[in-house]
Design a protein around this ligand. Sequence first.
Ligand code: ACO
Length: 429
Amino acid sequence: MSGKTAKLTLPDGREHALNVIVGSENEHAIDIRSLRQDTGYITLDSGYMNTGATTSAITYLDGEAGVLRYRGYSIEDLAEKSNFVETSYLLIHGRLPTARERDEFSKQLTYHSLIHEDMQHFFAGYPPTSHPMAVLSAMVTSLSAYYPDCLDRDAPMDLHITRLLSKVRTIAAFSYKKSIGQPVMYPRNSLKYAANFLHMMFAVPAEDYEVSPVLEKALNQLLILHADHEQNCSTSTVRLVGSSGANVYAAIAAGVLALWGPLHGGANQAVIEMLEDIQKAGGDYKKFIDDVKNKRGERRLMGFGHRVYKNYDPRAKILKKMADEVLEHLGIQDPLLDLAKSMEEVALRDDYFISKKLYPNVDFYSGILYRAMGIPTNMFTVMFALGRLPGWIAHWKEMVESKDTKIGRPRQIYTGEVERRFVPISERP
Ligand code: ACO
């Protein structure tokens, strides 16, 4: 509370004072919680374009300035100097771990990396054409059946949080192995988080597999960049589902499903598909951009635009540089990277994109990196989910630990029929 108020004048001339809340980065909000009770009015804001659903101490994002910080640390610093496990600890616990805390956290993640053997049967039940996001979401919900004490809101939650972080990685890799008909590779305790994932994805029983340190670093960075993004569609979903008292696995599975859509986490897959389509059609990207601008064929420049960023997404900046480094290290020349860069160059000079403040977002370059790492296109959104997991968990934890937990329940303005008399079918014309 700032002690300041804003004044609202209603159509009947009544005036209503509303408290102003100021955040630690000087963000201002008008607190409308008592508005309906006091005046009979609600606010209408479809898509929550201008509605703060909560206060939160996890992530700060200034979309105009292109700033992103987790718990006060800049995304640039974290991507350069941290790793995914440490960043996950930071997001979930609110501070960087000591060396001992980090080692213990890593040990716990290693210890909980297996999934119950019975869950293997679930994978066999899915057709090979299944999208891995369908498998992932169902498996995450199913974890609640194996750890039923999660239904008890008073049970210690740290163990469930560790299980989620560790087992979702195993589930993601197993679902890939099943989809290509290979035997699953069990996690290896000697490997760190990202390296273990690469091992489960790419090792085969017949051969030794050595994890490339460059790919391990790139994966750590990719996961860090996706780890949180305050009240986005999937995180808001996690909070909304969690607000009903649903268990943590159910809330996170709901987040996975919300992420699946092409306007959200599915955009990384959509970017590659868009680039491949342009390439197959002869590579005329300028015509594609022209079609987008003139809204021909209802296509968008995927990987461009963001509800919050009205400037270059700082994550896209890091990924663009990383894409160059990783591809160079692997000796890969990917024509899609050249195509993406050319499209970015044209779009950033074009009035349509400038006037609407459309810049590359995190997904414009992430798919190119995943491709270079050998991760298939339909796994891209799973990779996003793996990265976003600590953010979802941190928000769920913040919400359940908050004293001010209310079930999420928006209002509406009804625009349907007013009351009418029911006519039995025999009397209808
Ligand atoms: N290509 C072309 N035009 C676009 C694009 C785009 N990528 N994004 C927005 N626009 C245009 C819209 O057509 C609209 O134009 P209009 O005013 O003439 O109707 C205007 O810009 C505003 O667009 P909205 O959809 O209203 O903006 P909103 O904030 O609701 O949407 C979103 C943001 C969904 C990310 C949008 O920019 C988009 O669809 N981008 C492509 C998909 C994408 O990359 N999603 C990933 C987002 S990042 C993430 O989730 C990790």
